[in-house]
Design a protein around this ligand. Structure first.
Ligand SMILES: *Cc1c(COP(=O)(O)O)cnc(C)c1O
Length: 497
């Protein structure tokens, strides 16, 4: 009936797999491990040193038939899985956007997993819905947004922006019932983004059924901000051709350079042409917590919708993205579809969050935001954001002074774009064409990342390869930044020899 395991306890064939003592013991192993890991993340190489397929090869091809002891699972986690982990918690992680899961956020995630509620309906767990309403209103206040903005949590910014664009598209007559296919009464639809907009905004066009042609990319100015003169020109030209513009997406903190589009001017254009105004502030939105950065966001209060990702720069474990919307009823009109098995008597008095997204099931994500906002407090969040910005500015100045590197974009937040471009090209044996410099920077990137001490990433700006250093990790400090400069400089000198 039961079988003996290596430990004395018996595994029951029904009910919980572990006794509560075992659960407690394994929980202690894991919490102890995490706690040690957070104190010493640099014990691991920041970038996983494995080849494609290597981890898969070390895992059994077939699932286990019989219960395995936790000792084995835990030991394989350490010996098989960990070597294939890129350590986002490592202080040298400065690629993409550095992020921090934060201790309170992680414990809240554990509780959320334990409660295992699906917050699709208010009734499905009233606290999940009401805590989401309250925490998102707190966050709204912290960001300095007016009270007309109402928030809903989505998993990622990609989904938040998709939902925003679904709401924008709802302004097209008959779209919900008739769809877009085969309609002779509809002109081609179009929305506008900057050249520097995130790929998710273009992807939304594919999902919405307006095609990539339905998303018009507007060139950016020398500081990588949307050229609003060209925006207006494109809208006019499209109107003349019988195309129907319906939205503009501005970015506050683009992914490559963190440039901020001229939000105020774009808001004005949207008002004039009656277009939905969406602001993608997935990364940089958090900086609106800082009074000294508010000015950069001027105009976003005029948006119809805004996305901010607390999982990027507000110390919440991935995933948690917030979509703020001035007209949530439009999202609801576009997406609400209530089957009989989900009808509830209090539907008119409460928010049923399933009405404001694509997915039905929803994790209890607001719990981690609540833990983070309360344990850090406004001031605790502000001082950490300020420190990240200070470190990035320091790095930016170092690049400015260096005779080897050049800064390639302004640094409004905590992300620095730069590249190896020696001041005195004569000092190098090769003639440096832009293409050779690209190659050189790609090699430099590969080599510094192979060090295992730092991980930075790259992007392309105006066709050229650029390196990117992004600080958003609570554990990155001045010491690590100095080490980063040393590694970069030593490797650059070695390459130029
Ligand atoms: C990171 C980022 C996104 C995508 O975020 P996900 O949550 O991963 O979908 C979108 N826009 C901007 C500006 C970003 O920085």
């Amino acid at each position: 009936m039961t079988e003996k395991r290596s430990r004395d306890s018996a595994v029951s064939s029904t009910g919980d797999i572990w006794s509560s003592d075992e659960f407690q013991e394994y929980g202690d192993w894991i919490l102890n491990w995490i706690s040690h890991y957070f104190s010493n993340p640099q014990e691991y190489p920041v970038l996983a040193k494995v080849q494609p397929g290597e981890i898969r090869k070390r895992l059994p091809q077939h699932p286990p038939n019989r219960s395995e002891p936790m000792e084995n699972v835990w030991s394989d986690f350490q010996s098989v899985i960990l070597p294939g982990i890129t350590h986002w918690n490592h202080p040298g992680f400065m690629a993409y956007f550095g992020i921090t899961g934060s201790q309170p956020g992680i414990l809240a995630e554990t509780l959320s997993a334990a409660l295992n509620v699906n917050g699709m309906l208010w009734k499905a767990s009233p606290a999940a819905t009401e805590l989401e309403e309250v925490t998102l209103d707190w966050l709204r206040q912290l960001l300095g947004l007016p009270s007309r903005f109402w928030g809903v949590i989505q998993d990622t910014a990609s989904l938040s922006s998709l939902v925003a664009m679904i709401a924008a598209r709802q302004t097209i007559p008959g779209v919900r019932d008739e769809g877009l296919c085969g309609r002779s009464d509809l002109p081609p639809l179009r929305y506008y983004i900057s050249q520097e907009a995130h790929s998710s905004i273009e992807k939304a066009g594919i999902v919405l059924g307006i095609g990539r042609k339905g998303v018009c990319s507007i060139p950016s100015d020398k500081n990588f901000r949307m050229d609003t003169r060209l925006l207006e020109k494109s809208i006019r030209a499209d109107l003349d051709q019988g195309i129907r513009p319906f939205a503009v997406v501005a970015t506050a903190g683009t992914t490559s350079t963190t440039s901020v589009d001229p939000l105020d001017r774009i808001a004005e254009i949207c008002r004039r042409y009656k277009l939905w105004f969406h602001v993608d502030a997935a990364y940089a939105g958090a900086a609106a917590l800082l009074p000294e950065k508010r000015e950069l966001f001027k105009g976003w209060e005029r948006a119809d919708s805004i996305v901010v990702n607390p999982h990027k720069w507000l110390f919440c474990p991935i995933d948690l993205s917030v979509l703020y919307c001035r007209k949530p009823q439009v999202i609801r009109e576009a997406l609400s579809l209530v089957p009989a098995y989900l009808e509830t008597p209090e539907a008119d008095e409460v928010v049923n969050f399933m009405d404001y997204g694509v997915a039905l099931g929803r994790r209890f994500r607001s719990l981690k935001l609540w833990f983070v906002l309360r344990t850090f407090g406004r001031e605790g969040l502000q001082t950490r954001l300020q420190e990240h910005i200070r470190l990035a500015q320091q790095f930016s100045r170092w690049v400015g002074r260096s005779t080897l590197f050049r800064r390639m974009a302004p640094t409004p937040f905590s992300t620095v774009c730069f590249r190896l471009e020696p001041r005195s090209l004569k000092a190098t044996p090769h003639k440096m064409t832009p293409a050779t410099l690209d190659k050189l920077n790609e090699t430099l990137l590969r080599n510094v990342n192979a060090s295992g001490e730092i991980f930075i990433s790259s992007t392309r700006l105006r066709g050229r390869t650029i390196l990117r250093l992004a600080i958003g990790n609570i554990r990155t400090d001045e010491r690590y930044l100095r080490r980063t400069c040393e590694i970069l400089e030593a490797e650059a000198k070695r390459l130029l020899k």
